[in-house]
Design a protein around this ligand. Structure first.
Ligand SMILES: [Zn+2]
Length: 282
């Protein structure tokens, strides 16, 4: 796809993005890339804070879905992801940058100090979003852009939504989806028919679900492979894939707490921040 082609006005339509996200950022008309179902636009934080900025340049990027996708945002997100594999151009967020998936493919697993440097930034970014009552809902290696100096930016906010409203149905990609989100796909939710209905027993907390994705990102940084082979394994396998020999006990402890099937037992961001691995110096 020609990235320099003019963007049809009908594609510049962000009504399906959550209003809380639009409160947080101002969408510019600067096009960073095009996909089959999406336009990537530059967005700028509205309230620049000197003390709590995961995006030090006060900029982030956002995936804005096209008008056609509003009909079925969940499906559209998945299709945009698939389309992105082939047609989404390079996102020039840094002078030289690549996503975490490319980094791992090219350079292999990260050593723990390097993984920690990236992971701390991701935890800060998630804490920032959660403090604004937002969940990204599609945290994965391909949505994490790294500069040469390992400065992290989180991209693709097309699935972002409120952090305090239970979800039903997975939004991201299976490899990073939590067990409870995958399980909910097999059950209808009364809220699909009546948004005022109370959450059903398969509705889940998006914050805890995102912690599973965080654990998957850490596992992938240290091992390159995913912790589970398939969605079925995420749901039922008694163990995740064995660690590489070099992975430290502190990292294993953190991973085992993040990749817990029971979301009630899964660690939250506060526990992650206080963990031995996060606070290790080497
Ligand atoms: Zn439900």
């Amino acid at each position: 796809m020609d990235l320099l082609a003019p963007v049809p006005r009908t594609h510049l339509f962000g009504a399906d993005l959550h209003p809380a996200l639009l409160d947080l950022v101002h969408l510019s008309e600067e096009v960073l890339g095009l996909g089959a179902h999406a336009v990537v636009l530059r967005a700028v934080l509205r309230r620049a804070s000197r003390t709590s900025s995961p995006c030090r340049s006060q900029r982030t990027s956002i995936l804005r879905r096209s008008r056609d996708d509003v009909v079925s945002p969940r499906r559209a997100t998945f299709e945009a992801f698939l389309a992105g594999q082939q047609s989404l151009g390079p996102v020039p967020l840094f002078k030289t940058s690549r996503d975490l998936f490319e980094c791992l493919e090219r350079f292999g697993p990260f050593c723990e100090p390097r993984a920690r440097l990236v992971f701390r930034q991701l935890v800060d970014a998630m804490a920032y979003l959660h403090a604004h009552n937002l969940c990204h809902n599609d945290i994965k290696d391909e949505n994490l852009i790294l500069s040469d100096s390992l400065h992290l930016k989180v991209i693709d906010f097309g699935s972002a939504g409120p952090a305090n409203v239970p979800l039903h149905g997975s939004l991201g990609t299976d490899a990073y989806n939590s067990p409870e989100s995958l399980r909910s796909n097999d059950h209808a939710c009364p809220r699909d028919e009546d948004p005022t209905a109370p959450p059903c027993k398969y509705c889940f907390d998006p914050v805890k679900s995102e912690m599973w994705a965080l654990g998957t990102v850490l596992y992938v940084m240290l091992n390159v492979d995913l912790p589970f082979d398939s969605a079925q394994d995420v749901l039922y396998s008694p163990h995740f894939r064995p660690y590489r020999a070099q992975v430290s006990e502190k990292a294993k402890l953190l991973l085992s707490r993040l990749l817990r099937r029971d979301p009630k037992l899964r660690w939250g961001l506060a526990e992650v921040k206080a963990s031995g691995w996060m606070n290790a110096t080497r």
